[in-house]
Design a protein around this ligand. Structure first.
Ligand code: GMT
Length: 386
């Protein structure tokens, strides 16, 4: 099959999922065309069957806001037409679902029907999507898509509650690639970070408010009072300065490392003893899954889809959003007990295996086939109301 994938090319979860999905499909023989404004962060080397089309706009003094959506629509229509794509799979509803609808209309004028699948990732529904500035178009364009998937049951439910959608929504969970995310031996590295065998707590995010990085530091402070440990903070974003200030204020700078954006996160997870994700809102929590694949137990909030990934008392603990004391107590209960940590590590791996890319990818392939069959059977060959 020839598939066009549209996503945000940044380090954000939706772009990571879209890129890994595209690479996985290409490895299985599909032809994959990424259409984005920059090379996706995880598309680092040459791959057979993978093509990349950069969206470039035109700067003009009149444009206070360069019309990216228009440039994207033109590029998508061009790629579908000249590369003869079978299907467009767009990730993150805003603006991609609406742009894809425009592309469908453009191509229909030429007598060509291009089926569109939208994957909802989280904030496109729970945060930005419900903003009145976007809601009508999100609702419309999701309804007009040929297929819609959500990355958790929570997100499916939330979408159906918040929007009037004509379509059904298929849950296809996010996945992890065990070729990359698995426990590897990095003892020398661990020694450099924790020379006295201190426990290593890790958090990875884009440091936005919704991630509650402040809670991570406050949990760490309480754990540090009970046992020797270090904190690794990976990623960058608007809350980083505030997080650094907090570390200075509580006098723990020497035990906390801000590592910024990292490519080889699996190497950092390999030396971690506990992953903390106390988000206010999280449709899935891909970073938690990647940690679990590396045999790292997870301490999470109960926000959104996190409890579908992290099983309370089994793969880690799930606490109320903002319950810093409760989270710290749970963290200590795992970290202070070698045997408990061993069991949690084993359970985390077993749970992560349910989300192995080798199980999830065929679900996307089957869904593509289903949508293709359904949408093309209904198409009459003339421009119609879509
Ligand atoms: O805000 C983020 O965490 C980034 C965002 C994205 O789209 O890049 O992540 C969302 O999609 C990820 C991949 O499906 C999910 O794992 C994250 O849980 C989700 N983030 C939120 O719902 C806040």
């Amino acid at each position: 099959m020839k598939i066009g994938i549209v996503c945000y090319p940044t380090f954000g979860g939706s772009g990571v999922v879209a890129t890994e999905l595209g690479l996985g499909l290409a490895a299985k023989g599909h032809e994959v065309h990424f259409i984005t404004y920059r090379r996706p962060a995880r598309l680092t080397t040459f791959h057979t069957n993978v093509f990349y089309h950069e969206v470039t706009g035109e700067d003009y003094p009149l444009f206070e806001y360069p019309p990216y959506d228009t440039a994207l629509a033109s590029k998508m229509a061009e790629v579908v037409k000249y590369e003869n794509l079978d299907l467009l799979h767009v990730h993150y509803a805003i603006p991609h679902a609406a742009v894809a609808y425009m592309v469908k209309k453009i191509l229909l004028r030429e007598g060509r029907y291009i089926p569109v699948i939208v994957t909802l990732h989280g904030t496109d529904i729970t945060l930005v999507g419900k903003n009145p500035a976007f809601k009508p178009i999100v609702e419309f364009s999701i309804s007009k898509s040929d297929g819609v998937t959500a990355v958790s049951r929570f997100l499916r439910q939330k979408t159906l509650e918040q929007f009037q959608i004509d379509n059904d929504i298929r849950v296809i969970y996010n996945f992890v690639d065990f070729e990359r995310f698995r426990k590897i031996n990095k003892d020398h590295f661990k020694k450099a970070i924790a020379p006295e065998g201190e426990r290593i707590l890790t958090h990875i995010s884009n440091f936005r408010k919704v991630k509650r990085v402040e809670d991570v530091i406050n949990i760490f402070k309480r754990v540090y009072e009970k046992l020797p440990c270090k904190l690794l903070l990976i990623g960058d974003g608007p809350e980083r300065r505030h997080a650094e200030d907090l570390c200075r204020k509580i006098g723990l700078c020497h035990e906390v490392r801000f590592l910024g954006k990292q490519d080889a996160v699996e190497e950092l997870l390999a030396i971690s003893d506990l992953f903390i994700i106390p988000s206010e809102n999280e449709s899935f929590g891909l970073a938690a899954l990647e940690a679990m694949a590396c045999e790292v137990p997870v301490l999470s909030s109960n926000a959104g889809g996190l409890p579908e990934v992290n099983i309370d008392g089994e793969t880690g603990f799930v606490c109320e959003v903002g319950d810093v004391d409760g989270m710290a107590a749970r963290a200590i209960s795992i970290l202070a007990d070698e045997e408990a940590l061993r069991v949690f590590r084993k359970n985390a791996l077993r749970q992560a295996e349910r989300f192995d890319i080798r199980h999830i990818l065929p679900q996307y392939e089957a869904y593509y086939e289903e949508v293709l069959q359904k949408s093309l059977t209904g198409y009459t060959g003339v421009e119609q109301d879509i």
